[in-house]
Design a protein around this ligand. Structure first.
Ligand code: RB5
Length: 142
């Protein structure tokens, strides 16, 4: 599975930990930036990840900023993107099963690295249910 990941300065340190974690699990990970903790604008990196997902160059995306909120707002403006802001494992599982979310957003000022890794693992390991009712509901907005 190919995973693309992006962050702003607020999510930079957590992003590096998640990249290490995902690579250790054997995933192919592409990092679209940012490349330091210097202040930057999160929508630039949200767009970089949504472009890769809509072009089908990766299977799933991850966006990390301070809260995860700006990233999720920016990503969800893009047609075909279903970005889920998750700070717990239950939501990460449910949003893959029910919403077929293709991007996970998290806030590095909200969750620590240990929980973030569990959320990421759950997100990437959980398949979409393919239930007819969920396909129908997703079709209302995507
Ligand atoms: C940056 O200070 C912060 O606003 C950003 O990381 C994010 O939390 C926005 O939603």
């Amino acid at each position: 599975m190919k995973i693309c990941i992006g962050s702003d300065h607020g999510g930079y340190a957590l992003k590096l930990e998640l990249i290490e974690h995902l690579k250790a699990r054997g995933f192919e990970v592409s990092d679209v930036g940012c490349d330091s903790e210097a202040s930057c604008d999160y929508p630039i990196y949200a767009k970089a990840v949504t472009d890769i997902i809509t072009e089908k160059k990766a299977d799933l995306g991850i966006l990390v900023c301070g809260t995860g909120i700006g990233m999720s707002m920016a990503a969800n403006k893009v047609e075909g993107i279903r970005a889920a802001l998750c700070h717990d494992v239950f939501s990460a599982k449910a949003t893959r099963e029910h919403n077929n979310a293709n991007i996970l957003c998290m806030g590095a000022r909200v969750v620590g690295a240990g929980l973030a890794e569990m959320i990421v693992d759950t997100f990437v390991d959980t398949p979409f249910s393919n239930d007819e009712r969920h396909i129908r509901r997703i079709s209302y907005y995507s």
